[in-house]
Design a protein. Structure first.
Length: 947
């Protein structure tokens, strides 16, 4: 789920001794006690996160087809700066690491070793193939327990690493890989279509199935058919001669025997809504096909599930017939027989057994019907196997909740019954369905949890509960927690495969396996789950980071955490904030640990680390809910886990109500004690890591509302250097006509708080008010009205300040909307007049037209930029190159320099973990690690005092 933190009680001052916990803002979300949000508000957080990503790339309007293909072509022509990136997070990540069992951790939830979201699985022969949400494809020889090997982003491989579906044809050793994140569609990273790998188990040779025939009513070949699409599945007909791709652009099919052929349209109900050379306004949600059920007895008969997750007039199942004479398909909206309501069909997943056909159906109308506790329409079976039914309901939310689920509303959550969150609450986001190939009555279903029936739905169990918390086997004693509770899977299920008698499931925490006919305890919880991200299995690094922070090792704190294990005094502590996997922490170095732990639970976010002491860490939950630790959040016994007053982590969130889902905060580059944080207001903390609570923040700026007065502005990034600061914003932040972006500049110092002028002297401007000039000083336009996702400030050798803004989305050529503009990096010395730094001496030395996410000055006039396609460097002469070699072409969300003595630049990627590049870089000022006032005043009894 978007957030798997733990509810504690009605407030942080409540102490209980046997229940897990987290801050009250999460209790409000999961229990639905927030009056503004209503019951079941937790599910909106994944919506918010995905929408934030989507809006950044589409604003001010929406993206046209072709941007990704053009960007890839440009990048291939660029040179590299040299130097090779080294993967930092390619070690197991233990979400149950008891060294960090502090108050805000999720330790002992039962998920064990995790990685990022697994979106697709395929298995056959001795091989398992797995695709990360934005991490590409890995392969493993399961028979030999071989290593995980990335096979898609190889030379001559697949440029897009966002994943929708996998299908493996063992007889031909052929892997079909559909790109475009299939979890929700237009609100996640899109791809560039379907790729096929010959010799998939050895040395893959990839072929791009790019072009398509004309859609109904149109003419001409559709070049790069699926550029910008999302593909949910790859399905083969019984003979294996056709591959079907249900996508956000409709249903298409391709010959499996002629890979040079075009895709053929099967079901495109609204051809005018397909993206093309001119905008249509709908961006293909009217063609959103989630799955197809093929008739094994008739290749010319199928049922298509059209199911945009937000609902739509055309949503439903459509019965299709092929006319061989006319070589065309005809469709009629299916009058589904049985217990399915044809008017309440959203996202659908089909699964076929030998004779029976099953369907898992999302109901987008539940939220509007007051049933926001679940959006599951139901699980259904057609006992005849006919795609036309009749269909019988065999499960709904209530039935699954009573099957041993951790989401049973009668389970106590810190003393309060939870009616607002039940199985299927995110059925639009997480789904899988599979039938045991040896037994039609044996079915596995994935929603937030893993469910199983052995009698075609008459009875269900929950072999993979959401977590172990609240079950009778769980307790607060760190020496006994796992004695009664078996390991479970991570939450939020997306993918499934069955091969060689084993079940494989992919979810927001990676990949798990157990026997198809596995064992379970008396509650129906499996006792034989194995994480395939565990040390003995190797680690496919799909971790999805929002941010990274790096600090030196404090010997005293390291010894307390590492115990008798060796640690490297010359190493560093690397922390990161992750999607649905909390905060990670790793002690690096030649002799240090070989696994990461999790010291913060729930969704991670932005991160701030003291460069001089890597155990001083600020982690974000969501919406600027900041928490700080001065000791790596290392546990000192049961008390720190159950009693907030004894915890080594404290809440320090500013009193902000309109922050972004993943909001940004940062310390001044030259003063670690000055922090900025942004929502509608810009906040200043001058106490550094000695901040006691959210009351220590002071408001610097009120960004106000947009020009139309219809939406609050909210910060999208913050940066400060020697007191000079810049904070970009958006408001409304949604792609559409009301979108507006801008920035504020001013002083971020304690002295600035004494300025009695408006906003303490800060200046606030929209992009439309900011002129862009050429090298001769001539005004050539204004800053583009697109999302500003990154900012930085630096002073050159003369003391001149430079402000930097990094723009997301594609440029005017690919994005439609008022003021879309061009360029991705702009610089100013006064915060008023700007220069476009996107262009070099020629096209190959210019920045590719890709969404930019983060920008960092790295010294000697050089600028590093993190984008959706890796990292780039602008040299002092103004020319661009790819930054280093070996970094996967995935999303780079954050770039941070190492501390003094560690000459590396670190990259937080959203799908392939944390990487570092040895390169000269600036180093930010750290705190005085020998004067840890907070630690000395609050250390546990018996702990050593820092001198």
């Amino acid at each position: 789920m978007s957030t798997t933190a733990i509810p504690h009680g009605t407030g942080e001052t409540t102490h209980r001794t046997a229940l897990p916990h987290v801050a009250k803002e999460y209790l409000h979300e999961i229990q639905g006690v927030d009056e503004a949000d209503g019951a079941g508000g937790e599910t909106k957080e994944i919506t918010s996160a995905l929408a934030q990503f989507n809006d950044a790339r589409n604003a001010p309007g929406f993206a046209l087809q072709g941007g990704y293909t053009a960007a890839v072509d440009h990048i291939r022509d660029m040179t590299s700066t040299g130097g090779a990136w080294d993967e930092v997070s390619d070690v197991p990540y233990n979400s149950d690491d008891q060294r960090y069992r502090d108050y805000y951790a999720n330790t002992t939830a039962g998920g064990g070793f995790v990685t990022g979201r697994v979106q697709a699985l395929a298995a056959g022969g001795d091989y398992l193939f797995v695709a990360g949400a934005t991490g590409g494809v890995y392969r493993k020889d399961v028979a030999q327990n071989g290593p995980w090997t990335p096979i898609s982003d190889v030379s001559g491989g697949v440029p897009a690493l966002s994943s929708g579906a996998l299908a493996y044809v063992a007889s031909r050793d052929e892997l079909w890989y559909a790109t475009g994140d299939g979890s929700t569609g237009a609100t996640t990273y899109t791809g560039d279509g379907v790729w096929v790998a010959k010799h998939a188990s050895t040395t893959p040779v990839w072929t791009h199935l790019s072009d398509g025939d004309a859609a109904p009513g149109q003419t001409g070949t559709r070049k790069n058919l699926f550029d910008g699409a999302v593909i949910q599945q790859v399905r083969f007909n019984k003979a294996g001669t056709w591959a079907y791709a249900p996508s956000s652009f409709g249903l298409w099919r391709h010959s499996t025997t002629d890979l040079n052929a075009n895709w053929q349209p099967v079901f495109v109900p609204n051809p005018s809504a397909l993206p093309g050379d001119t905008p249509t306004g709908t961006h293909s949600t009217d063609n959103y096909v989630t799955d197809v059920a093929l008739d094994p007895a008739n290749d010319g008969h199928l049922v298509v599930a059209l199911g945009w997750v937000a609902g739509g007039a055309d949503n439903g199942w459509y019965d299709g017939r092929y006319d061989a004479g006319k070589q065309s398909w005809t469709f009629a909206k299916s009058n589904v027989t049985g217990s399915i309501n044809p008017k309440d069909i959203g996202r659908t997943t089909f699964a076929r057994g030998q004779k029976k056909l099953y369907a898992l159906v999302h109901n987008p109308d539940h939220a509007t019907q007051g049933k926001s506790y679940s959006e599951l329409g139901g699980i259904y079976v057609s006992n005849s196997g006919s795609v036309s039914g009749p269909w019988s309901k065999i499960a709904d939310s209530h039935k699954l909740a009573q099957a041993g689920s951790a989401l049973d509303p009668t389970v106590k959550h810190a003393g309060a019954v939870n009616p607002g969150y039940q199985p299927g609450v995110q059925a639009w986001y997480n789904q899988f369905l599979a039938v045991d190939p040896t037994n039609d009555d044996h079915v596995f279903a994935g929603l937030e949890e893993v469910y199983e029936t052995r009698n075609s739905g008459a009875n269900w169990t929950t072999p993979g509960p959401y977590w172990n918390f609240f079950f009778s086997c769980w307790g607060s004693d760190p020496n006994a927690d796992q004695l009664g509770c078996p390991s479970t899977t991570h939450s939020d299920q997306h993918a499934v495969a069955i091969a060689n008698g084993r079940l494989y499931v992919g979810n927001d925490g990676g990949l798990y396996t157990r026997p198809v006919s596995g064992k379970a305890d008396s509650s129906g919880h499996a006792t034989d789950w194995q994480s395939l991200s565990a040390p003995q299995s190797g680690t496919p690094d799909f971790l999805q980071y929002y941010a990274v922070g790096i600090g030196k090792v404090d010997p005293g704190k390291a010894a307390a955490i590492m115990g008798t294990r060796a640690y490297d005094h010359n190493g560093v502590v690397v922390s990161g904030g992750l999607q649905d996997n909390g905060g990670s922490i790793l002690f690096t170095g030649a002799s240090s640990e070989k696994a990461m732990g999790s010291n913060f639970g729930g969704d991670g976010g932005d991160v701030l680390v003291d460069p001089n002491d890597g155990c001083r860490i600020v982690q974000e939950y969501v919406d600027l809910a900041m928490r700080v630790t001065n000791v790596c959040a290392a546990a000192t016994g049961t008390a720190s886990f159950t009693d907030l007053s004894k915890a080594h982590t404290r809440s320090i969130a500013p009193p902000e109500t309109t922050a972004r889902f993943t909001a940004r905060f940062a310390a001044d580059h030259k003063n670690i004690d000055n922090w900025l944080a942004g929502g509608q207001h810009v906040w200043l903390n001058t106490k550094g890591f000695n901040i006691a609570s959210g009351k220590d923040w002071r408001e610097l700026v009120d960004l106000g509302t947009n020009t139309a007065g219809t939406a609050a502005r909210t910060a999208t990034a913050v940066a400060s250097d020697d007191g000079d600061a810049i904070v970009p914003f958006c408001g409304s932040c949604n792609a559409g006509g009301a979108f507006e972006s801008g920035y504020a500049v001013g002083k971020a110092t304690a002295a600035a708080l004494g300025d009695t002028s408006a906003n303490h002297g800060w200046k606030v401007a929209t992009t439309g008010d900011a002129n862009v000039v050429d090298a001769g000083g001539k005004v050539v336009g204004t800053l583009p009205n697109r999302m500003i996702s990154g900012s930085d400030v630096y002073h050159d050798t003369t003391g001149q300040v430079h402000y930097l803004l990094a723009f997301n989305g594609f440029s005017r050529h690919w994005v439609e909307g008022p003021g879309a503009g061009v360029g991705h990096l702009f610089e100013s010395t006064d915060g008023v007049t700007w220069h476009d730094w996107s262009n070099g001496s020629d096209a190959s030395a210019s920045l590719p037209d890709v969404p930019a996410n983060t920008v960092k000055y790295v010294g000697d006039g050089r600028i590093a930029l993190g984008t959706d396609f890796g990292a780039f460097l602008r040299d002092a002469d103004g020319n661009w190159a790819r930054l280093g070699t070996g970094l996967p072409a995935t999303v780079v969300n954050d770039l941070e320099p190492g501390p003094a003595g560690d000459d590396h630049l670190y990259a937080a990627t959203y799908g392939r973990g944390i990487w570092k590049l040895a390169t000269p870089t600036v180093h930010y000022a750290g705190g005085n690690a020998s004067q840890d006032d907070w630690w000395n005043a609050n250390k546990p009894a018996g702990a050593a005092t820092n001198p």
